[in-house]
Design a protein around this ligand. Structure first.
Ligand code: GDP
Ligand code: MG
Length: 604
């Protein structure tokens, strides 16, 4: 959307242009006004559409024709003001003002015009009878409004319409001559319908309508409103509602109705939410979200709507409803994606069911993973969010993020892969069934911290010191893994820590892997426990994945907790006030926005 809006008022002398501006600003009718009001700027937060708005007056007495031409070409929207009690000022709208505007603006980027009939307090009748034919003749006229600067009637409405004409133009959406939506708009809405038709049956049922509603307006729809909407459609057409759901025809009809009733901002909200720009083209950054600019110290995550969307994509393709995607179902799912974003190692990056198929949780994990590692986000109309700077989290001692990255360091053979796979619930026996080339250097799964669902992404870092890159070092928490049964294993961890993490704020955790084997004395100046104490780390955590059942997950919860609260020292972790503080700080999810259907109903 635009950054600001420039509104120009033109018209014959004495029709009340200056008075309209002054009435808007002071909320009272000025008895005496200058020829021309100074340009005013209304700050974004007091305008209905939240964009800074400049209002520019014109006075024949004070300005030259050149100055007028220049103002016309700078304007985003022009109000042609006439006085309803002054016939000549009405005639001049078509004989003078519209041609003058057309002469000073590009044919292609036509500026919207609003006809304003001022001084409505002076007459009994309306000027609409004269004005409507004019409106039909000139498509650049967006709307017309009668108002009175004197008794403040329709003043803020007038400026609201002007703002709306710029921000939500009807031009690209609707053809007034044919009284129907334009082909590009129908095409875009049809695609949106198909994406929202989660079960692919050609009908939007109540669930899908609710989902659509939440997607576009961040608010659910009460069931009565849902019924009312369907009734409006039923009343107007035969096949707009089918099996108690909205058909494509009904969906398009609703939007035509919004536009015809001057509620085209509703349709624009829907289009923009699904990634369309002012020319009804899909945004570049929607198609190629990799260009999402992520400042250093921030990460990307899927937002709430994206989770809802992904849930629906999964449900849509899980045809047999077993909550897992078979290879067939997976192939079907990727038909709608531009390319297959996963390699064969994906099954070993996330949890799978007994057949090795991807579960719903896993599906979400993969998406979070892709976003976190910035591979591909083009799954949904709702973009990922850039989380706030970690430095702010540190200051505020709270984080709203849900995905945390843990880099796992350790010498070769120390048990890193086993540590990753155990997070996916796989014990050593199960891990041994996976072939070497399908092994993954990532594992992502859920960890519950104080009842909140968080995702932890484990990344196994290649142990060669010389090839360590910045991404290998950037993470929320570091795991240093050594083989407790191998006396040469710990030294590597100590070296990594001293070289890369000793002077950073990144929390570190020492893992004593293979704890089911006989413990060996590590060949190092300090024992692992002494080393941890010296560097204010938690003591080494004994870990094994050589278990009969799924390995214990406590360690991953611990890691996520530490990642969420990097400011917390070991002493803090023990104190009870800290726990109280954390549980009291649970985030409240506020639902904002308004329901499109309620708006529609109000119009009836
Ligand atoms: P401009 O030349 O178009 O800027 O018109 P002005 O704002 O200077 O107004 C011209 C005259 O019309 C002034 O005497 C105003 O007081 C009067 N006027 C402006 N708006 C209204 C209105 O809504 N109702 C009435 N009754 N008088 C108005
Ligand atoms: Mg004036």
């Amino acid at each position: 959307m635009r950054k600001d809006v420039r509104i120009l008022l033109v018209g014959e002398p004495k029709v009340g242009k200056t008075s309209l501006i002054m009435s808007l600003v002071s909320e009272e009718f000025p008895q005496v006004v200058p020829y021309r009001a100074e340009e005013i700027t209304i700050p974004a937060d007091v305008t209905p559409e939240r964009v800074p708005t400049h209002i520019v007056d014109y006075s024949e007495a004070e300005q030259t024709d050149e100055q007028l031409s220049s103002e016309i070409s700078k304007a985003n929207v022009i109000c042609i003001v006439y006085a309803v009690n002054n016939k000549k000022s009405i005639e001049k709208v078509t004989s003078h003002w519209i041609p003058l505007i057309n002469d000073n603006t590009d044919k292609d980027s036509r500026v919207p015009v609003i006809l304003v009939g001022n001084k409505s307090d002076l007459v009994e009748h309306s000027s609409m009878e004269t004005i409507l034919p004019v409106m039909n003749q000139y498509t650049e006229i967006e709307t017309c409004v009668e108002c009175s600067a004197k008794n403040l009637k329709n003043i803020s409405e007038l400026f609201y319409y002007a703002q709306k004409a710029v921000l939500h133009p009807t031009g690209p959406l609707y053809c007034p001559e044919e009284k129907q939506m334009k082909p590009a708009c129908i095409k875009a809405l049809t695609r949106i319908f198909k994406v929202s038709d989660l079960d692919n049956d050609g009908i939007l049922n109540d669930n899908e309508l609710n989902f659509f509603q939440r997607t576009c307006f961040n608010a659910p729809l009460v069931s009565q409103a849902l019924e009312d909407v369907k009734n409006v459609v039923r009343k107007n057409m035969i096949d707009g509602v089918c099996d108690n759901g909205l058909t494509l025809k009904g969906f398009l009809f609703l939007h035509t109705l919004f536009i015809q009733r001057g509620r085209h901002e509703t349709t624009w909200t829907v289009l923009r939410r699904f990634g369309y720009d002012d020319d009804l083209e899909l945004h570049q950054d929607y198609l190629f979200p990799l260009t999402l600019k992520v400042p250093p110290d921030c990460t990307t995550e899927l937002n709430h709507n994206a989770y809802l969307f992904l849930q629906s994509v999964f449900d849509k393709h899980d045809k047999d409803r077993d909550c897992a995607l078979s290879p067939e179902e997976l192939k079907d799912l990727f038909d709608v994606f531009p390319y297959m974003p996963w390699g064969p190692d994906v099954n070993n990056t996330v949890c799978t069911n007994d057949e090795g198929w991807i579960t719903y949780q896993a599906f979400i994990h993969i998406r979070s993973f892709a976003v976190e590692t910035q591979q591909c986000v083009c799954v949904c109309p709702l973009r990922s969010t850039v989380t706030r700077d970690k430095k702010i989290d540190l200051q505020k001692k709270q984080t709203q993020r849900s995905v945390f990255r843990c880099n796992v360091f350790g010498d070769s053979g120390s048990g890193k892969s086993g540590f990753l796979q155990a997070f996916l619930g796989r014990n050593l026996t199960r891990q041994n069934t996976v072939s070497e080339e399908h092994m993954s250097y990532y594992a992502i799964s859920t960890a519950y911290v104080y009842g909140q669902e968080k995702y932890l992404l484990l990344h196994e870092v290649f142990p060669d010191f010389d090839v360590l890159s910045d991404t290998d070092l950037a993470c929320d928490i570091v795991c240093l893994v050594y083989d407790a049964s191998n006396p040469h294993s710990f030294e590597y961890c100590a070296r990594v820590f001293k070289q890369y993490f000793m002077d950073t704020k990144t929390p570190c955790m020492m893992i004593a892997a293979k704890s089911d084997l006989q413990e060996a004395k590590q060949l190092y100046a300090l024992t692992p426990l002494e080393f941890c104490r010296k560097h204010k780390m938690p003591p080494p955590q004994a870990f094994t994945c050589n278990t009969a059942d799924a390995p214990c997950k406590d360690i991953y919860t611990k890691l996520t907790t530490m990642a969420m609260h990097p400011h917390v020292t070991q002493a803090d972790l023990k104190s009870s006030t800290f726990w109280l503080r954390v549980s009291a700080g649970a985030t409240v999810f506020a639902v904002l926005g308004f329901a499109m259907y309620r708006v529609l109903l109000k119009q009836r």
